[in-house]
Design a binder for this molecule. Structure first.
Ligand code: FES
Length: 273
């Protein structure tokens, strides 16, 4: 059992948890994730480690209540516990001093863009962050993103805060302004990551995305998380989750993620009633 030390909503439906997991806290690196099971009978879900404190022995995860398991998780409070947590899993982000690095988080993707922005900053990059959300009340980690950024931008689809438009429009604006960008990391919904990779491709800007396929074991055994990258079959849980955006087959990823949609909706529906 893993005890929840603190739990707070960052926005409607998006909750941040600090959980006691000392061994994971000590080992984890930016870009890695954990697989957790909320209760004994529950499914295992992957969640990126947004932060950790090796002295306190805690890890931070951020979950958006999008289906049965994540909504069940988001009902947990400080003092409750999580049945099991395995990690850290996945290959850590490849971090070096690229020069100017842009870390883009769409929605809850900011939870992953943030730790990588921290690591990019520590490696000596000039860090630009673009934190996008549908509206002002859904913007998360603004303070944290500001603290690691040389330039920080917020975009909202409805213009209620920051730049009115998509993260891709802000990125294009930066490129058009003549800023030399050496590296882009984009994390968020699949259409957003695809759109970012389409913006950077003509300029040959190295672009990395963190993929979110369905995962079962998280250790390379089940094949559930297979993705096509550069016409090769990869397992996101061990070969990724980060991959060269310009080589990812996003259509295949999108189709595979919909495979269990009917079952997911049925399970979510039965949970509500
Ligand atoms: Fe099973 Fe990746 S989740 S191989």
């Amino acid at each position: 059992m893993y005890t929840i030390v603190s739990a707070n909503f960052l926005a409607e439906n998006i909750k941040k948890f600090e959980i006691e997991a000392p061994r994971i806290a000590k080992k984890r690196k930016a870009g890695q994730f954990v697989m957790l099971r909320v209760g004994e009978q529950g499914e295992r879900i992957p969640l990126t480690i947004a932060d950790s404190d090796s002295e306190k022995g805690t890890i931070t995860i951020i979950a958006q209540g999008a289906g049965k398991t994540t909504r069940e998780l988001n009902e947990k409070q400080a003092g409750d516990s999580i049945n099991d947590i395995v990690g850290p899993l996945g290959t850590p982000s490849h971090i070096e001093n690229f020069g100017t690095a842009v870390s883009i988080g769409g929605g809850v993707g900011a939870a992953i863009a943030y730790p990588t922005a921290v690591a990019l900053k520590e490696a000596g990059n000039y860090v630009i962050t673009i934190n996008g959300a549908r509206s002002k009340d859904l913007v998360i980690l603004e303070k944290e993103m500001n603290s690691v950024s040389d330039e920080a931008y917020i975009t909202t689809d409805d213009g209620s805060y920051g730049f009115h438009g998509f993260v891709t429009q802000k990125l294009q604006e930066l490129i058009d302004s003549g800023k030399k960008i050496d590296y882009v990391l984009a994390i968020g919904p699949i259409p957003m990551m695809k759109a970012v990779s389409d913006v950077t491709r003509p300029y040959n800007i190295k672009t990395v995305v963190s993929l979110n396929p369905i995962m079962v074991d998280g250790t390379g055994m089940c094949g559930g998380c297979r993705v096509t990258v550069g016409n090769e079959l990869k397992f996101a849980c061990v070969d990724g989750p980060e991959f060269d955006a310009h080589l990812v087959d996003f259509t295949n990823l999108n189709d595979r993620n919909k495979i269990y949609r009917k079952e997911e909706q049925a399970s979510d529906g039965s949970y509500q009633h």
